[in-house]
Design a protein around this ligand. Structure first.
Ligand SMILES: Cc1cc2nc3c(=O)[nH]c(=O)nc-3n(C[C@H](O)[C@H](O)[C@H](O)COP(=O)(O)OP(=O)(O)OC[C@H]3O[C@@H](n4cnc5c(N)ncnc54)[C@H](O)[C@@H]3O)c2cc1C
Length: 432
C-alpha cells in the first residue's frame, strides 16, 4: 500500500517504522522543518546537546519507548540519572521523590494523615482497575480516601496546576492512577538530548526507505470513492494514497478533514486540552544551591508559574558550554494572557520570583532566553472519559487518527505516542 503519515512526531515516526517494515511505501509529511514534534529540541552554537523546547524525560517504566530504542540499536545512548524533585511548603522546598522522602515530608505530621497518604499511594500503585477509578473525580475520590487535609496539601496542587481552575475539579481519578502507576523516580534521556534521538530515528527511517517531507504541511484530506483512495493537499500539490494516518491534535485533524462524519467530528471537538508555556533561560550560575532538578509549586503559593526545572542539575552543564539551563513552565488554557505576552513581558513577570530559589539570583545572570508555547499540551480527562476516546479507525475509509488525546488512561508522553503509533500501524494493516 501507499501510505501517508501526517506529522513526524514520535507517533508518526513509530507508525512509519512498522508500516515500512511490513513492506508498504511510506511518506511522512511534516509541517515543521525538523522532526520530533512536541518532544523536539533546540541547540545553540557551542552546545553539544540540544535542550528540549518543553522539558522532557523518560521513566524507567516506558516500555514502548525503551523497546523501540532497543529495536533501533540505540539503547547504549539512553542514560538514567537520578535527579532531585522537591515540593514547596511554607516558604521552603522539600525533597519528595521517593516513598521515604514523602513519609519524611513535614507537612503531613506524624499521625493518621501520613498513614492514609501512604496507604492510598500504595493502593494506587498496586491496583490495575482504572476503569472503576474513572467513574470518580480526583477531587471526590481523594477527599474520601485520604481526607481533606492530605488531598489539599499533596494532590490538589498537582491537579490544579495541570488543569487550572476551570477543569481541575472535573478531572477523573484514572488520570491520577496512571501517573502513580506508571511513573518512576529514575528519569531517562538520550545522549545529545531528545532531538538527537528524533534525528537518529528519522535517519533510520530514511535508511529503511521512508520518505520524510519536511516543511510540508497537509492542509486538506478527502476520500475519493471512485478511485478508492485518499487525496491530500500538500505543499507539493495533490497526492493520492491508499491510507492516511493523521497524528495531529483533534482540532487540527478536524480542520484538515472537514468532510469527516458529524458524530466523529463532534467527538473530536468535545475533547478538551490545556496549553503549555515554557520559558527557557541560559544562566551564568547554578540556580539551586542544593542541586535540585524539579520544583513543584502549588498555585496557592502565589508564584507566577507552576514549575521550575533546572535541566543542568539533571544533565551536566558541560554539554551546554558551561551554561546553566533553567525551564520555567506552566499549563494554561490557550486563552490565557501568557499566550499573548511577549518573551520580555514573561521575563519581567517571572525573574523576580527566582530570588526565592536562590537569594543571590540577579537578572544579570541570564545569558539568553527562549519561549515556546503550544495550545495543545495536555489532554483533559473527565469522568468516564474512556467513552470519549475517538477510534483510531475513523468512519472515512482508509483514514486513521492517533494522537495524545487517545492514549488514555495513560497521561500523554512519548512512550504512549510510540505505543499508539505502533497500534495504529497494526490496525491499518489489520494485524489486530
Ligand atoms: C510541556 C510538556 C512536557 C512534556 N513532558 C514530557 C516528558 O517529560 N516525557 C515524555 O515522554 N513526554 C512529554 N510530553 C509529551 C510528549 O511531548 C508528547 O506526548 C509526544 O511528543 C506526542 O507525540 P505525537 O507524535 O503524538 O505528537 P506531536 O509531537 O505533536 O507530533 C505531531 C507533528 O505533526 C506536525 N504537524 C502539525 N500540523 C501539521 C500539518 N498540517 N501537516 C503536517 N504536519 C503537521 C507537528 O509539527 C508535529 O511535528 C510533554 C509535552 C509537553 C507539552
Amino acid at each position: 500500500m501507499k501510505i501517508a503519515i501526517i506529522g513526524a512526531g514520535h507517533a508518526g515516526m513509530a507508525a512509519a517504522w512498522d508500516l515500512r517494515k511490513a513492506g508498504h511505501t511510506v511518506t511522512i509529511y511534516e509541517s515543521a522543518d525538523f522532526v520530533g514534534g512536541l518532544a523536539s529540541g533546540f541547540k545553540e552554537p557551542g552546545w553539544d546537546w540540544s535542550v528540549e523546547k518543553f522539558y522532557h524525560h523518560w521513566f524507567a517504566s516506558d516500555k514502548d519507548m525503551l523497546g523501540l530504542i532497543e529495536e533501533l540499536g540505540l539503547s547504549d545512548k539512553v542514560i538514567f540519572p537520578r535527579p532531585y524533585t522537591v515540593m514547596y511548603y511554607k516558604g521552603k522546598f522539600y525533597p519528595l521523590d521517593s516513598i521515604l522522602k514523602a513519609i519524611m515530608f513535614p507537612g503531613l505530621g506524624w499521625g493518621i494523615d501520613k498513614i492514609r497518604f501512604g496507604l492510598v499511594g500504595l493502593f494506587l500503585r498496586l491496583t490495575a482497575n482504572w476503569k472503576e477509578l474513572e467513574k470518580f473525580t480526583v477531587d471526590e475520590w481523594m477527599r474520601k480516601w485520604t481526607g481533606n487535609k492530605v488531598y489539599e496539601l499533596m494532590w490538589e496542587p498537582l491537579v490544579m496546576g495541570k488543569f487550572g481552575e476551570k477543569y481541575y475539579k472535573r478531572v477523573n481519578m484514572a488520570w491520577m492512577w496512571a501517573r502513580l502507576h506508571a511513573r518512576t523516580t529514575r528519569l531517562g534521556t538520550f545522549e545529545g538530548g531528545f532531538q538527537a534521538f528524533a534525528d537518529q530515528f528519522a535517519e533510520k527511517l530514511r535508511t529503511a526507505g521512508v520518505e520524510i517531507k519536511l516543511s510540508n504541511p497537509v492542509t486538506h484530506i478527502q476520500r475519493n470513492d471512485e478511485t478508492a483512495s485518499l487525496e491530500l493537499t500538500t505543499a507539493n500539490g495533490l497526492e493520492t494514497v491508499d491510507k492516511v494516518l493523521v497524528t495531529l491534535s483533534p482540532g487540527a485533524f478536524a480542520n484538515v478533514v472537514p468532510s469527516i462524519p458529524k458524530a466523529y467530528l463532534d467527538g473530536l471537538l468535545n475533547l478538551k486540552s490545556m496549553g503549555a508555556v515554557v520559558l527557557t533561560l541560559s544562566l551564568k550560575h547554578q540556580l539551586s544551591r542544593e542541586g535540585y532538578y524539579w520544583y513543584n509549586i502549588p498555585k496557592s503559593a502565589g508564584f507566577p508559574f507552576l514549575a521550575v526545572v533546572e535541566h543542568t542539575n539533571y544533565v551536566s552543564p558541560d554539554h551546554f558550554a558551561g551554561e546553566h539551563i533553567l525551564y520555567i513552565g506552566d499549563y494554561l488554557e490557550p486563552e490565557h494572557e501568557y499566550f499573548q505576552l511577549t518573551k520580555e513581558d514573561l521575563l519581567e513577570k517571572f525573574l523576580p520570583s527566582l530570588k526565592k530559589f536562590n537569594p543571590d539570583f540577579e537578572p544579570g545572570w541570564v545569558n539568553k532566553s527562549w519561549l515556546y508555547r503550544t495550545a495543545y499540551g495536555q489532554p483533559v480527562p473527565f469522568v468516564n472519559h474512556s467513552k470519549n476516546i475517538p477510534a483510531i479507525e475513523t468512519p472515512v475509509e482508509g483514514l486513521y487518527f492517533a494522537s495524545m488525546s487517545q492514549v488514555y488512561p495513560w497521561d500523554r508522553g512519548t512512550n504512549f505516542a510510540v505505543e499508539i503509533g505502533r497500534r495504529a500501524a497494526r490496525i491499518m494493516t489489520k494485524d489486530i
